[in-house]
Ligand binder design. Structure first.
Ligand code: GLU
Length: 273
């Protein structure tokens, strides 16, 4: 008995020294804890933003989080994260999932696992009405966006002569546009539509019809969690099949909403980008 114990302790010690991950699958961690902790945006209308009446974070991303928590039979806790904090917060173990307008990229997929695509959009520019017709109108100018995003990277590639000013989040970038400190705010069209939809002076702005990327959103989790990955993916396919995914889309982006967006041909399929 003593020998077995000594052996077990030695294995644990050596594994610890070697940094071998004896990590538990996030799925099991959540089940034991009884709460699913999801990182969402908290200033992106339509996806994750604070409802002024209830002070709760609400949106498309939050409704996916709620469905997942319900299906697991656990409570849901939403934590607001900035764009740049999404993956670091996940890796630090402070959140279980990122459901926060996070685009799948090959680079990010080296660090975390992504679910199938649950929303698809592309990067555009929010500008003062009538000021921008083509990319050429933007090059060499100051453009606002948020730190730690694909928007930042795509903008520097598409506009090599522009100065990209990265803010903590999009409301600050939009303020800079209103103050004339930048000529455009660039990020996913879906996010720009949300900012514009909530702006009191929306008639002064428009989203220019210039699209510089595809942005497929995935749910991200730590890599040591195959059970969680399968659960999330199976649930996403179930939500497509039972109509819940479309219902959530229509709830936030219907023609009468602040940010109408057509689902068109989009469907959740077994595809990661
Ligand atoms: N989808 C882009 C990204 O993942 C921008 C979204 C955001 O900043 O929330 O970086």
């Amino acid at each position: 008995m003593k020998k077995i114990l000594a052996f077990a302790l030695t294995v644990a010690f050596v594994a610890g020294l070697a940094g071998i991950a004896l990590a538990e699958d996030t799925y099991d961690i959540v089940k034991k804890r009884g709460t699913l902790i999801v990182g969402t945006k908290d200033a992106s209308p339509g996806f994750g933003y604070i409802d002024p009446k209830t002070r709760q974070i609400v949106g498309y991303d939050c409704d996916f989080a709620a469905y997942l928590a319900k299906k697991m039979g656990v409570k849901l806790e939403l934590k607001g994260v900035t764009s740049a904090a999404r993956i670091p917060q996940l890796q630090a173990g402070n959140i279980d999932l990122v459901i926060a307008t996070l685009t799948w990229t090959a680079e990010r997929a080296k660090q975390v696992d992504f679910s199938y695509t649950y929303f698809l959009t592309g990067q555009k520019f929010l500008v003062k009405k009538g000021t921008v017709k083509s990319l050429a109108d933007l090059d060499g100018k100051k453009i606002g966006t948020a730190k730690g995003t694909t928007s930042e990277q795509n903008a520097s590639k598409a506009l090599p002569k522009a100065t990209i000013l990265s803010f903590d989040d999009y409301p600050q970038a939009f303020l800079a546009l209103q103050q004339g400190k930048v000529v455009a705010v660039t990020t996913d069209e879906s996010i720009l539509a949300g900012i514009l939809g909530k702006a009191p002076n929306k008639e002064q702005f428009e989203i220019a019809d210039i699209r510089i990327s595809d942005e497929p959103y995935g749910i991200a989790m730590r890599k040591d969690s195959p059970k969680m990955l399968k659960f999330v993916n199976d649930t996403l396919l179930e939500m497509e099949k039972n109509g819940e995914a479309k219902k959530i889309w229509d709830k936030w982006f219907n023609p009468k909403s602040d940010q109408p967006m057509e689902r068109g041909k989009f469907k959740i399929t077994a595809d990661r980008k």
